[in-house]
Design a protein around this ligand. Structure first.
Ligand code: SF4
Ligand code: MG
Length: 371
């Protein structure tokens, strides 16, 4: 299959003292194999929750209410050199649905503490975060941490693990990998730490790398270098990347396909060219307008989207974007939730907006039509 993860109608909620937060309201999309999928939207739209749901690391009392997350491991684990331990982990008493032997697994069906999901987290899906210190341990050297990850899954030979760790550090663009390997995380600059975290995530040669705004805290030059590096590594390792960002500029530099999210829903999906040259959803259009253009906007105030994302506690009736939408149609957009519909002539491009007739449910269309 050319899809590594398929998220289907995923609902996630967080009970809080002031009410239930519906963080994801029926999210569906595919992560294409061997490509970079961008998940874009403002903070609070559910991007990070989606990533955490895939890895099954949503903190209690948050929970997946319904939906499926199908994952197809890339490797037949029994083919891996030294893969005996992996195959053992993959086997399961009765039933094949959790098998890691190359079939499809439903991650929502796994216990978040099960050996199966732990194996997937350690060997198949890696995640990197905005703040590298959340995954780097301050009391061990960078080299030591990468070696331990390699020793856990790939080889039991310490010298070999060290050699591979240094090679990965070289691969992520460290100028002096031997010296970096001997450094502690706090001795590195922000950009170097981010490279170290990427090296650690790559040490298990993941099928899928999930990156949650990994360049947001970096200066633009370092960000550009890291994005370039991710592109190279993606091509060299053939892995799939799910890249979470609030920046359409980053999407343009890095992604093949894009999912635009707003308030816990997918509002548009397209390949990157279609999204930039033929955006359909008014929210996507506003995100594209907010990209700073060097020279053009210099000295001018950036156009930003009017209003802010509504509080997730307040349930917005109709289209969630209607309070901020310049095209909102009163009587329809504030009452009826649009459905996701293919853009005519382009089945790979979908939109959820009443400006596109397929989005308006048939019963709603007749009841709100002018007489
Ligand atoms: Fe705007 Fe209506 Fe489309 Fe929502 S459905 S994005 S309010 S036009
Ligand atoms: Mg986030």
């Amino acid at each position: 299959s050319d899809t590594v993860v398929s998220v289907r109608d995923l609902h996630v909620e967080f009970p809080t003292q002031v009410g239930l937060v519906r963080a994801l309201n029926g999210v569906s999309f595919d992560v294409p194999r061997g490509k970079v999928l961008g998940i874009v939207g403002e903070s609070g739209c559910g991007k990070s929750v989606t990533a955490r749901a895939i890895l099954r690391i949503i903190e209690r009392p948050g929970r997946i209410v319904s939906g499926n997350i199908y994952f197809r491991p890339q490797r037949h684990l029994r083919d891996e050199p030294g893969g005996t331990r992996r195959s053992e982990k993959g086997q399961r008493k009765g039933g094949q649905e959790h098998s890691l032997d190359g079939g499809i697994v439903d991650l929502t069906a796994m216990d978040p503490n099960s050996p199966e999901i732990r194996a997937i987290r350690g060997q198949e899906i890696s995640m990197i975060f905005q703040e590298p210190m959340t995954s780097l341990n301050p009391v061990y050297t960078v080299g030591n941490q990468i070696e331990e990850a390699i020793l856990l899954h790939q080889t039991s030979d310490r010298d070999e693990a060290h050699r591979r760790a240094v090679e990965i550090l070289r691969r992520v663009g460290m100028p002096n990998p031997e010296r970096i390997a001997r450094s502690y995380p706090h001795q590195l600059s922000g950009g170097m730490r981010q490279r170290a975290m990427i090296a650690m995530a790559l040490s298990c040669t993941p099928t899928l790398l999930i990156a949650d705004e990994p360049t947001t805290a970096l200066d633009v030059t370092t960000e550009a270098q890291i994005l370039e590096l991710m592109r190279e590594l993606q091509a060299d390792f053939g892995m799939s990347i799910m890249f979470i960002t609030h920046s359409m500029g980053v999407v343009a530099q890095l992604c093949d396909e894009v999912v635009v999210m707003y308030l816990g829903r997918v509002v548009e999906r397209a390949n990157v060219e279609d999204l930039f040259y033929n955006p359909k959803h008014p929210y996507t259009v506003s995100l594209l307008r907010s990209i700073p253009r060097l020279g053009v906007n210099r000295g001018q105030k950036l156009e930003v989207i009017k209003g802010s994302v509504p509080d997730p506690y307040s349930r917005v009736p109709g289209c969630p974007f209607h309070p901020r939408c310049p095209s909102a149609m009163p009587g329809l957009c504030d009452k009826v939730l649009p459905l996701e519909t293919p853009v005519p002539g382009d089945t790979a491009h979908t939109v959820r907006c009443h400006l596109y007739p397929g989005s308006t449910p048939a019963d709603a269309a007749s009841s709100t039509a002018p007489n």
